[in-house]
Design a protein around this ligand. Structure first.
Ligand code: HEC
Ligand code: HEC
Length: 415
């Protein structure tokens, strides 16, 4: 409730700041509504907020000026890793540095490409040794606001511990595969002539700044500035530019915010996801939903390799529950869903229109719409083909070209 209030105040402030407090002319389409905690049905898991000291954050102004677009609240920066320009610069170099993998073939950017909003185009991640990850790589746009990290992990809440997962993941070498090669990797970093100065400036108080803890701090700092909020939708919504969206896209926005389609319940607010947190709501947004993607046995089962929140909680009704990803830049991050099993946005819309996916043959056959753990917001709907096209057109208006091409976020290493 608290969050809903805060978000609507921010939305209002955003509109007022552009000098035109009235909604854009014509029939004003509804902005994506903030999520309403009170109306969240029981079957959508909200993980209880962490204890207070856990949620302690530096609510003051970060040392580094965030390039925040209109409507964006201050993100949370952990007290023990204040943001500085020097850490961001070092983190950018490390994020793109292939020496940061066991066999020197991959960097974070191998699966998180800027032109794809820091996701990739494979159905599932492929690691440095060619091993396939059970899940689809995720966009890192606005990841500073993510309440939890990855598709379905309620306890991984910060970017620093998350960065350790691809580097040192237990499943041998599934991503960067550094485990067992720590000294070798640090030696490679030591050998790079650019790094002594960068490490020293980023961590001026450390005798030996070359540690994996510092590597992680720097990478997380770079990830925090991956801010995306300058799409055509934003110009329409926050700058009052009524011509920034076409009539078709405005129709799509209206459908997106409608009670018929229900999209906004899980993909509402500034970030088009309910899985967000910021300085005004430090413990909010740890939410997971089952969208009826599978139903292998008629009892709600998902394929063994990726079953969602249940893998952590062991609670039967958490089967198939995943984080609702941001829809910003969504046209760039195909294929879709936690396992990349839906190829196009048109097919995603068909999945929702059917109230869940039906798979007719093969090991994953089943009627997703009848999944007993499916969220009550996933309801089938019948709308004309032109409305489906309008919805997809609206989703495409969320692409922020300036983010995808911003030289400050690009690969700093010479090719
Ligand atoms: C082999 C491909 C691959 C590499 C390399 C990789 N990632 Fe990922 N990344 C993924 C996949 C797949 C997921 C989803 C994981 C899951 O749900 O279990 C993910 C998820 C994430 C998330 C969570 C985003 C969110 O919104 O919850 C962050 C943050 C992230 N990666 C950062 C990094 C960083 C930093 C590095 C380098 C240290 C890195 N990744 C290297 C594939 C990769
Ligand atoms: C009950 C909450 C909920 C509702 C309602 C909902 N979604 Fe989702 N959405 C999710 C979740 C959770 C996922 C990820 C599911 C998975 O991977 O298994 C998702 C995934 C997506 C994706 C793919 C994202 C990606 O990065 O792969 C798109 C696109 C999308 N939803 C659009 C929509 C649209 C359009 C609507 C309305 C017709 C809608 N959603 C309604 C929760 C919801």
């Amino acid at each position: 409730m608290m969050r809903a209030l805060v978000t609507s105040v921010l939305l209002a402030a955003g509109l007022a700041a552009c000098g035109d407090a009235t909604a854009p002319s014509g029939e004003p389409p509804r902005p994506p509504a903030p999520m309403e905690d009170a109306s969240t049905p029981r079957e959508d898991a909200t993980v209880p907020p962490p204890p207070l000291e856990d949620a302690a954050v530096d609510a003051g102004t970060p040392a580094y000026p965030f390039p925040l677009p209109p409507g964006f609240p201050q993100p949370i920066v952990p007290k023990d890793n204040p943001l500085t320009a020097e850490k961001v610069a070092l983190g950018r170099h490390l994020f793109y540095d292939k020496r940061l993998s066991g066999n020197g073939t991959q960097s974070c950017a191998s699966c998180h490409e800027q032109e794809r909003a820091f996701a990739d185009s494979r159905p599932r991640g492929v690691g440095s040794t060619g091993q396939v990850h059970p899940r689809n790589s995720m966009s890192l746009a606005n990841v500073a606001y993510a309440a939890t990290m990855t598709w379905a992990n309620p306890v991984l809440k910060e970017l620093e511990p998350q960065a350790n997962v691809p580097m040192f993941g237990l499943d041998p070498a599934i991503e960067l595969g550094i485990r067992g090669k720590e000294a070798e990797v640090l030696a490679r970093l030591h050998a790079e002539p650019k790094y002594p100065d960068m490490f020293a400036k980023a961590f001026p108080r450390d005798q030996d700044p070359y540690t994996f803890d510092n590597v992680v701090r720097a990478i997380a700092s770079f990830e925090r500035v991956l801010i995306s909020g300058r799409s055509r939708f934003d110009r329409f919504q926050y700058d009052g530019d009524t011509n920034a969206l076409t009539a078709q896209e405005k129709r799509g926005l209206e459908l997106f915010g409608s009670e018929t389609l229900e999209c906004f319940h899980c993909h509402g607010g500034t970030f088009f996801t309910d899985a967000v947190t910021d300085t005004t709501s430090p413990s909010g947004g740890r939410k997971f939903h089952n969208t009826g993607l599978y139903n292998l046995d008629g009892k709600g089962s998902f394929p063994l390799e990726s079953r969602g929140l249940i893998e952590f909680t062991g609670v039967a009704s958490d089967m198939g529950k995943f984080k609702a990803p941001t829809l910003r830049n969504i046209e760039k991050t195909a294929p879709y869903m936690h396992d990349g099993s839906i190829a196009t946005l048109e097919d995603v819309v068909e999945h929702y229109a059917a109230g869940g996916r039906t798979i007719t043959e093969g090991p994953n056959a089943g009627v997703g719409a009848k999944n007993p753990y499916k969220s009550s917001f996933i309801v089938s709907f019948v709308i004309p083909a032109e409305d489906k096209a309008a919805l997809v057109a609206f989703l495409r208006s969320l692409t922020d070209e300036s983010f995808l091409t911003n030289p400050a976020l690009s690969d700093p290493w010479p090719r």
